[in-house]
Design a protein around this ligand. Structure first.
Ligand code: AMP
Length: 396
């Protein structure tokens, strides 16, 4: 395994797996450029060291054949502007168009290949497809953390064709560093904040965190399954009936491991899942029939904020309520605020998972937390302690 900071790129062609899976509107304009921005330092590093760059990515979920709306050519204007030169485009990611364009690429130039997922061979991890991609360059850089948990042709299989010339880009390097700070080198007290809709999606992470943290805060939709398990009345709040025993087990495990597990004491409730109806505040043990909890209440905000502000390491995954609706955004916003305050006072804060990152951005705290992960599913699996194929392929 090589290192991007020390590798000699002079006269080398680097093929970089980036995550350009950005949202586009009906006019094919990019509505959130975060993922493109994230890839720029790696691209510029190769160029500044005298190399050239071939970029490959997926976009959307095409079904194994070309579809205009998923063409990566829609990204060319933005990408060219950000890199500061006219990026070239190959209308296929393999075969003649890609080979020819890669062969004629000069030092200092950048080529973007068409969507990898126009071929089923990408997601199936086909070795000969990976070899065709590998043949386009001298060096392989994986900088797509969001797909590092998949053993796809461009994220893992391709690495074996570059035994001595493979490395991570800065995006993945930073992700690895951030997770290390939280899981291995954490300063205490360490607080994990878990939210979002369901326990079932996050159970492995919750269990893993119980071995690591001093405080585990549970908010959002998933908290009502815990209250129901404890015998409370939660009205029509979101409950996973088949996870009641699991919730009890988590509560017992927390006790056993001496983790301070905090549930929200109160909620903002509404008669339906809507922003247009009246709201009330209620204790979480007694939400009346016909009402549902859609955000944490003022006491919960206070309890959670007090713990967060005293923490030295913070990991946040999942919103505290339905933050997409203005009537139920306050809990998530206040928790983001508490994390920002703790960070200012010297804590290390890692924000992971698409929704918490979206919330941090929505409320303007992007610059006030230590690190916002670019990978939802990949980050979860990595924090859970799983081996990610895209990481292993480079390290092996
Ligand atoms: P997840 O993808 O599991 O992190 O869940 C995020 C989603 O959970 C967001 O879209 C929130 O609107 C939703 N959510 C958070 N709290 C609640 C709640 N109390 N009831 C229903 N949905 C919620």
């Amino acid at each position: 395994m090589q290192n991007i900071s020390t590798y000699n790129f002079k006269n080398k062609k680097a093929i970089i797996r980036v995550d350009f899976n950005v949202p586009l509107n009906e006019l094919f304009q990019i509505t959130d450029e975060t993922r493109i921005d994230a890839a720029i330092p790696t691209i510029k590093k190769v160029l500044s060291e005298g190399g050239s760059v071939v970029l490959m990515s997926h976009l959307g979920r095409p079904k194994g054949s070309a579809e205009e709306k998923y063409s990566l050519k829609h990204l060319l204007p933005s990408l060219s502007e950000k890199i500061g030169l006219q990026v070239k485009f190959a209308a296929d990611c393999i075969n003649e168009p890609a080979q020819q364009a890669a062969d004629s690429l000069k030092v200092g130039e950048v080529l973007l290949l068409e969507n990898l997922r126009f071929y089923n061979e990408e997601t199936s991890g086909d070795a000969s497809f990976a070899k065709k991609l590998a043949d386009l360059a001298d060096v392989y850089i994986n900088d797509a953390f969001g797909t590092a948990h998949r053993a796809h042709a461009s994220t893992a299989i391709i690495a074996s064709y570059f035994p001595n010339d493979k490395m991570f880009g800065y995006v993945i390097e930073n992700e690895l560093e951030a997770v290390k700070k939280v899981i291995e080198k954490n300063e205490r007290p360490f607080t994990a904040i878990m939210g979002g809709a369901k326990i079932s999606d996050k159970i492995l992470l919750i269990e893993k965190m119980l071995d690591k943290v001093d405080h585990l805060i549970i908010g959002g939709g998933m908290s009502y399954t815990f209250f129901k398990a404890l015998g409370g009345e939660v009205g029509s709040s979101l409950v996973e009936e088949d996870k009641l025993n699991l919730a009890k087990t988590i509560l017992e495990l927390a006790k056993e491991k001496q983790v301070n597990l905090l549930l929200p004491t109160d909620s903002i409730i509404a008669p339906s899942f809507s922003n247009e109806v009246e709201t009330q505040t209620a204790e979480n043990t007694s939400i009346e029939k016909g009402w549902m909890g859609l955000d944490i209440g003022p006491h919960a905000i206070e309890d959670f904020s007090n713990v967060i502000k005293k923490s030295k390491t913070i990991m946040w995954n999942g919103p505290m309520g339905v933050f997409e609706m203005s009537n139920f955004e306050n809990g998530t916003k206040k928790i983001a605020e508490a994390i920002a305050e703790a960070t200012k006072a010297g804590a290390y804060s890692l924000i992971g998972g698409g929704d918490s990152a979206a919330a941090i951005t929505k409320f303007g705290f992007t610059e006030k937390v230590s690190y916002i992960s670019t990978g939802g599913g990949a980050l979860l699996e990595f924090l859970e302690g799983k081996v990610l194929p895209g990481i292993k392929a480079i390290q092996d």
